[in-house]
Design a protein around this ligand. Structure first.
Ligand SMILES: [Zn+2]
Length: 148
């Protein structure tokens, strides 16, 4: 992101806020060269983004799908909607930085689980059980043991 004043690319985020619609995040940035402060808006990922599934099939990246999956995992857990949306926005930002068009589904799942593990262990196990599609109870038990 270019600084509007000096055109430098070096800046840091000093504040992030979720919009009312929960579809965008506003960030306050500060230029590291000239200290100028400006706002940026981060939106849902570009629609041409494709997710490559394990079997090689592709589908459009769908933020709502991520959001629904996560909301199921955090049901009755002390986690707010905002935390979920922020988590997804972080993941989306990271994907946007690292990938141009095609994102392996595994990467998305891993990035989500990484964060969910810190947020709530129960939600993490629920999410992992769906996402990882455990083949048997032993695999599931292994994951639980790993958590401890
Ligand atoms: Zn600047």
């Amino acid at each position: 992101m270019l600084c509007p004043k000096c055109r430098s690319l070096n800046n840091k985020v000093i504040d992030s806020r979720l919009s009312k619609s929960e579809m965008t995040i506003r960030r306050r940035r500060e230029c590291l060269e000239c200290d100028f402060r400006f706002n940026t808006t981060e939106e849902v990922m570009r629609s041409e983004m494709q997710v490559v599934k394990r079997d090689g099939r592709r589908e459009d990246f769908d933020r709502n799908k991520l959001s629904n999956g996560l909301r199921k995992a955090v049901q009755k857990r002390p986690i707010e909607r905002l935390q979920i949306e922020l988590l997804i926005s972080e993941v989306v930002a990271e994907l946007d930085k690292a990938y141009d068009q095609e994102i392996p589904a595994k990467v998305i799942g891993d990035l989500i689980m990484e964060r969910l593990k810190i947020l709530d262990k129960i939600a993490y196990v629920r999410y992992a059980s769906v996402y990882k599609d455990f083949r048997d109870i032993a695999e599931f038990a292994k994951e639980i043991k790993y958590l401890k």
